[in-house]
Write a protein that binds this ligand. Structure first.
Ligand SMILES: [Zn+2]
Length: 105
């Protein structure tokens, strides 16, 4: 399988898909398209197609929070606030684990 890699820090695209995390600021250039697509999938994915059963309000708020954090992370990246990016990423991982536990993503 084709796998892009960030030459700066050695993070693979598959690592990004696995964790939602990148290793350094260069990753955002290397994986730019994939990161954008990942954001779009979260915003316009199954959540809005009506293919899945309705979520409980708790599940919904988790998903919304996940979506928001993703956007926040993007903004932090654009603005070069890499310590924020790190903090947001950690929160995203915790949230992702919860969502995966519930089978939402
Ligand atoms: Zn990198």
């Amino acid at each position: 399988m084709y796998d892009k890699v960030c030459k700066n820090c050695g993070t693979y695209l598959s690592d990004f898909y696995e964790t939602g995390l990148v290793g350094c600021e260069k990753c955002y250039e290397v994986f730019k398209d994939e990161i954008e697509n990942a954001v779009k999938e979260i915003q316009f994915g199954d959540m809005h197609t009506g293919k899945v059963p309705p979520f409980s309000s708790e599940e919904k708020s988790l998903l919304i929070r996940y979506e928001r954090l993703f956007k926040e992370k993007e903004n932090a990246v654009m603005e070069g606030r890499f310590s924020d990016v790190r903090a947001i990423s950690e929160e995203l991982i915790a949230l992702k684990e919860k969502l995966e536990e519930k089978g939402l993503i």
